[in-house]
Design a protein around this ligand. Sequence first.
Ligand SMILES: C[S@@+](CC[C@H](N)C(=O)[O-])C[C@H]1O[C@@H](n2cnc3c(N)ncnc32)[C@H](O)[C@@H]1O
Length: 297
Amino acid sequence: MTIHIPVLMDEVLEGLNINASGVIVDGTLGGAGHAAEILKRLGPEGRLIAFDRDPEAVEAAEALIDDPRATFIHANYADAPEHLAAMGIETVDGVLLDLGLSSDQLADRDRGFSFQSDGPLDLRFNTLEGEAAWKIINRLSEKHLADIIYQYGEERLSRRIARKIVAWRQDTEIKAASHLARLVRSCVPPGKKGSIDPATRTFQALRIEVNDELKWVKVAMKRFPQILNPGGRLAVISFHSLEDRIAKQAIVESDALVNLTKRPTQASKEELEENPRSRSAKLRVAEKKSSSAIEWM
Ligand SMILES: C[S@@+](CC[C@H](N)C(=O)[O-])C[C@H]1O[C@@H](n2cnc3c(N)ncnc32)[C@H](O)[C@@H]1O
């Protein structure tokens, strides 16, 4: 069961320009919405290899999709080339990265992605490794916390928030997601609350830190172009400017790729009405050049 509604579906399928007998990688399986539609466009010879760092996403997809053309792997998408090579696959025809978190993860009260959750502020995609966010906020120095919140959340109140975290944790450990959300809200001067929950940027920052998200996007944007066949497509959906900047820069600076979206594609009015989560989604698509074109560059 998934509650995740995939974003920019038509645009992704068009962008991937799926070759029915090709190999498509979905690096961010999530609720398998994109994966299921990709499978519908593949013929009997086609293959879908999908990755997710979240063991629960992989388990759910295995229960949902029983198709010999599909393989689901619990791994970081950055390690896809090794997993593919182990299956005898050296090159692929399309790659999708739909970054960030799924609505299934957001709704799981034990994982702390939601501000309302009284569960522990975990924020790990892969619950089997790494350090939960609540441990990090009780351990790091005030300066380190402020830097993370500023850099990964682009939060102007980062110093104030970090100071308050350190003051509050002297009395009692900060563990629940809702506890941190309350703390962050209390740092915002009255009348300056804005249209989004003030905790959004701090949660985003901690999630990026806990999962080292920007690093893996950078690695993926280097590695996937190397394994794409000529004419193969790379489609990347990002949900905030830090990721979009990395995707854009990697595409524009790559000698191996042609940029097919000078401006990122965004959700239509109809999609925005149906799925508010699509509001910040930006899709960029690039095509692998033929090898002769790369040599001539
Ligand atoms: C927005 S959801 C994908 C939704 C999916 N496209 C669908 O249609 O349901 C993003 C997913 O990417 C996963 N993810 C994030 N970083 C990852 C990484 N480095 N490697 C593999 N999966 C990752 C998350 O666990 C999450 O399940």
